[in-house]
Design a protein around this ligand. Sequence first.
Ligand code: ATP
Ligand code: MG
Length: 236
Amino acid sequence: MPEINIIEMQNVGIRYDQGPEILSNVRLSLKQGSFHFLTGKSGAGKTSLLSMMYLAQRPSRGRISVFGKDINFTNRDALASLRRRIGVVFQDFRLLDHLSAFDNVALPLRVCGMNEREVRKRVSELLSWVELDAHMLDAAATLSGGEKQRVAIARAVINRPELLLADEPTGNVDNFIAPKLMKLFVELNKLGTTVVIATHSEKLITDFPFPRLHLQNRGLYILPPAEVLSDGGVDA
Ligand SMILES: Nc1ncnc2c1ncn2[C@@H]1O[C@H](COP(=O)(O)OP(=O)(O)OP(=O)(O)O)[C@@H](O)[C@H]1O
Ligand SMILES: [Mg+2]
């Protein structure tokens, strides 16, 4: 069976307004079923790269294909339907504050028209797994940062997306829950989801044997699993 690239980038650059390029000449092929960490200093461009993968941001130059579709030749409706195949955990969560934790997580299932009994079963199970049983009916606005983050993760994985993009998904939780959340991503990956996780956590990177997409000096470098670098980066 031929290997399928979920994301392909060729000579991609991104800049904001008329500013300098944040990333230049990025080349990347993400194979179906792969699992990568995304690393780099604060401001290196991790969120910017993820937003291009999520089709929220167009590159200022170069070509990007997602699920085999060149996004330069994809109209709005087609982009929206590609996006539905992607689960995203945003760095700032982006929950619907007035809805409960349960209803935030149920949203992607209800949008697909799943029957309410099945929705209740799936959402309750997942919220239990992320240790939010006691907060299912609380409004998202009233949750702590770490609780919001777990709701955001549950919402991103509830309908088993083909691609999961998570931006610092364990940045707000303690050292006990972080490995459990990683286990959720690993299980999803075993079921076929391609995963990219942006993180600053050296512990996660060394505890889990996945390669890294590392951003430095506007470039993207692919590093093998658990290569611990003395200065946390690569030489330019
Ligand atoms: N909407 C925007 N408008 C202008 N500049 C932006 C915008 N978003 C990001 N930038 C700039 O692009 C650069 C990369 O930002 P980005 O958020 O992608 O970094 P990051 O690697 O995710 O950082 P962090 O680890 O702090 O989350 C930064 O210098 C930032 O100021
Ligand atoms: Mg970021």
